[in-house]
Design a binder for this molecule. Sequence first.
Ligand SMILES: [Zn+2]
Ligand SMILES: [Zn+2]
Length: 383
Amino acid sequence: MAKSSMKPTCSGAECDNEAGTLQCPTCLKLGLEVSYFCSQECFKNNWADHKLLHKKNTGIYNPFPSYPFTGSLRPVYPLTPRRKVPDHIAKPDWYRDGIPKYPPNMRRLNKHEVLDQAGQQAMRTVCRLTREVLDIAAAAIRPGITTDYLDEIVHNACIERNAYPSPLNYNHFPKSLCTSPNEVICHGIPDQRVLLDGDILNLDVSLYFNGYHGDVNETYHVLSPTSRGPSPSASLVVDTARECLSLAIAQVKPGTPLGEFGAIIEKHAKSKGCSVVKSYCGHGIHKLFHCPPDILHYERNKSVGVCKPGMTFTIEPMITLGLNGGRDRTWPDGWTAVSVDGALTAQFEHTLLVTEDGVEVLTAQPPDSPGGPLVLEDGASDF
Ligand SMILES: [Zn+2]
Ligand SMILES: [Zn+2]
């Protein structure tokens, strides 16, 4: 057959021009048959109609197209169906109706539970498993995968350990893991968004095992093997959040006022030109996933009480880049908290046990952990 001399025409509606070399980048990214346009102008004029093709061909869409997003990140739906938990795994009370039940007067009494030896041992076990699951998911982070894929990894790793992923259906949260990229402060919902080289990503993993909860999170740099490495701003916010947590943990010992951690954290964040998020806090954790005491991460806070041996709680500072007051907004999904100005944000969390003379970091990382150790500014590892 003779080679056709006919050149393809522009994909623009009612445009008979020859197609140029301009390809739609979204088609390329989504792996669709690529549309060619004769000019940037024609591409722009046809964008409203053309972008519907992306949705039609992939089924993915932004569920809140008219929401004034604070940064460039968008939700990428549909979410995958709710993952199943086998019958033999013990489930927390929110598994069926999505509502965690609390003992009466829990808040009013402001009682800070002190765990006996058996309770402390149960916390050691669940926190070790929680750390294992976080490290498995973190090792899978790379450009090109979706956050939903990480949720699947976490869900399966929990089930393999006969543990329940605590976030699943907690106040109706739809997934087993929180994934918070770039400007997302916390509670991001794993979806179909593909991770990009240079993103930062927080994974927050919580497990329920033998009646107790463990809770840990870390922020990672998403990098390809050929990447030039994290940007200076991504490094700054991630390192600052990591240091804030280390500095606060170094002061956990009997007698330390619970309000002191916020002062340590905010002072360090400010010294790095960063802000502390005020809407979310650390919490007591044991048989209850979230309970008193509240651990506030900012100065001059109203955290009441002091550290006592046997208490278990988290410290989990959320730090945003720049002096934006750490203010946040929540997407219409009711969960995803983002920085008010779209600035990068990072978080680190450990579950801690106050001991007779200091602290045991129940979710401590082994030396080969993907995120690396928590290191203080002077380079000394603090635990
Ligand atoms: Zn957490
Ligand atoms: Zn937590």
